[in-house]
Design a protein around this ligand. Structure first.
Ligand code: GFB
Length: 318
């Protein structure tokens, strides 16, 4: 069942996070205002009974699963049990509950770290489970793979319209700028901003050689809305196994990213590398053939996206 009517009722799980808040913005802009949103204090998604009662009361037509425990390379590596357990609980409750409640279409959001560490590039959806995972985030990846497979299993056993989208590295206004737990892009905005006007070097983790693909949050949100609105025949023709990568189609090295951020922030500091910190996977550029075949394209280039994110950071910092 595809999203076509402004009366359709949509539950966005995780609506206060980077991705979930972007999805809510995109839905409202497109005139979909019948949204069900629950803050963590109102509904604990790790509580199976509470989630079941919520679904019984609300009976949404559509669900977007943007709720997850997320973090950068160090957070993933430091709290493996939390990343595995919390994500398994959230997904199991939200996905299975949606099935029991008769939801018309569900989109589960994962991450491109589900693909093998050394898979060929760009990463095609069919490379899933063809090789070993990147060790720093394997715990998160295993949880996300379980979510993808739960959607696939429910589709196979019960014929439901539940699909998974795998976004590449996300960023944008509302991101986490904490230097210990954040992803690289917000961390570097903060590091260059704080060093600006001094002679202090800015220290990057790892070697700067890994390559990453960055997608602006509003582009991801528009791709999710696009998939919600795509009729079943078109969707499953493009993605027969219900797995859809979301990305922009090109990547750059962490060293190149640092130069871009330095320019946008207007800093002039030298860059140093702390090679005691991990590099993570060498590259994870996604193949976006399926999403593009459904007619979607990104709109915000990296420099513009960094500029908007830096403006938001400055406004927050006061
Ligand atoms: O964004 P990031 O933390 O996560 O790191 P991943 C990307 C690359 O940037 C790594 C380097 O090679 C880091 O070593 N880097 C350089 C930094 N300086 C910094 C810094 O100051 N902070 C951070 N955080 N990185 C995550 C996964 O992997 O990507 C998650 O752990 C998820 O599971 C997410 O998939 C999208 O891209 O390596």
């Amino acid at each position: 069942m595809h999203l076509s009517d402004s009366s359709h009722k949509i539950f966005v799980a995780g609506h206060r996070g980077l991705v979930g808040s972007g999805v809510v913005r995109a839905l409202r802009q497109a005139g979909f205002n019948n949204l069900i949103l629950r803050a963590r204090q109102e509904l604990d998604l790790t509580d199976a009974a509470a989630v079941r009662a919520f679904y019984e009361a609300e009976k949404p037509d559509f669900v977007v699963v943007a709720a997850a425990k997320v973090g950068g390379i160090l957070a993933n590596d430091s709290y493996p049990a939390d990343f595995l357990h919390t994500n398994l609980e959230i997904q199991s409750n939200v996905i299975h509950g949606a099935f029991e409640a008769g939801v018309g279409r569900l989109i589960f959001l994962g991450s491109t770290c589900i693909y093998p560490k050394l898979a060929p590039q760009p990463l095609k959806e069919e490379y899933l489970l063809t090789g070993p995972l990147e060790p720093t985030n394997q715990w998160y990846a295993i949880a996300k793979i379980a979510g993808v497979k739960l959607c696939e299993a429910l589709r196979r056993q019960h014929g439901v319209d539940f699909v998974s989208m795998m976004p590449t590295n996300m960023y944008g206004p509302g991101d986490n700028f904490d230097l210990q737990s954040s992803h690289v892009l917000p961390a570097l905005i903060r590091k260059f901003h704080e060093a600006k006007g001094t002679d202090e070097p800015v220290t990057l983790w790892g070697t700067g050689t890994p390559k990453r693909e960055f997608m602006y949050v509003d582009d991801l949100a528009s791709s999710i809305l696009h998939v919600l609105r795509t009729p079943e025949e078109t969707l499953y023709n493009a993605a027969p196994d219900g797995l859809i990568n979301a990305g922009v189609g090109h990547d750059l090295s962490i060293a190149e990213l640092a130069e871009t951020i330095k320019r946008v922030v207007g800093a002039d500091n030298p860059i140093e590398y702390d090679t005691t910190k991990p590099d993570g996977t060498p590259r994870k550029l996604v193949d976006v053939t399926r999403l593009f075949a459904m007619g979607w394209r990104p709109e915000v280039d990296l420099e513009e996206g960094i500029r908007r994110t830096y403006e938001w950071y400055l406004a927050q910092a006061g």
